[in-house]
Ligand binder design. Structure first.
Ligand code: HEC
Length: 135
């Protein structure tokens, strides 16, 4: 037969371990809710800033990384070379048309499928802001 005092002590131990585990659980749940709220607010964890788009630090990189592999001085697919700033601004209507097509639609650019909504919105914003190239 067990000593009832021992039983009481072990019940206390179990209870305090449960309290610590519960506190930890609430901490984790609290953080999960924090991230959920951020997603609800911005759509993605990282907000997409299209207010003042910079040609040199944003637009150039998007076109270089997503388009220039096929539209360059050596190989201009569709007869379109996007290596120069002048050709990017001159062809903005065609560019906006092709990057705005949905996945699987004929002629969507890049050919592998649309870029992230953020990249697309940045190019649209750049166009709406008058295609500045000195910023
Ligand atoms: C993997 C290769 C590839 C990539 C990457 C690519 N393109 Fe193209 N692009 C093509 C090919 C091939 C054509 C010609 C066929 C056609 O018109 O759909 C073309 C055609 C085009 C045209 C039509 C040109 C015209 O005068 O009618 C535009 C505009 C265009 N691409 C823009 C882009 C932009 C902007 C990107 C990046 C967001 C991009 N492309 C990325 C291969 C590519």
């Amino acid at each position: 037969m067990k000593n009832p005092l021992h039983t009481l002590a072990s019940i206390r131990t179990v209870l305090s371990i449960r309290a610590v585990l519960l506190a930890g659980l609430f901490l984790i749940m609290g953080q999960a809710c924090y991230y959920d709220n951020e997603k609800e607010l911005y759509g993605t964890a990282v907000p997409c800033d299209t207010l003042a788009v910079s040609y040199s630090t944003e637009i150039q990189g998007i076109i270089t990384n997503n388009c220039q592999g096929c539209h360059n001085n050596q190989s201009a697919s569709g007869n379109l070379n996007l290596e120069s700033t002048a050709s990017r601004t001159a062809n903005i209507a065609k560019i906006l048309d092709r990057i705005g097509r949905s996945a699987g639609a004929p002629g969507v650019m890049p050919t592998s499928g649309p870029m992230s909504t953020c990249n697309i919105n940045k190019i649209r914003a750049w166009s709406n802001q008058g295609l500045p190239t000195n910023n």
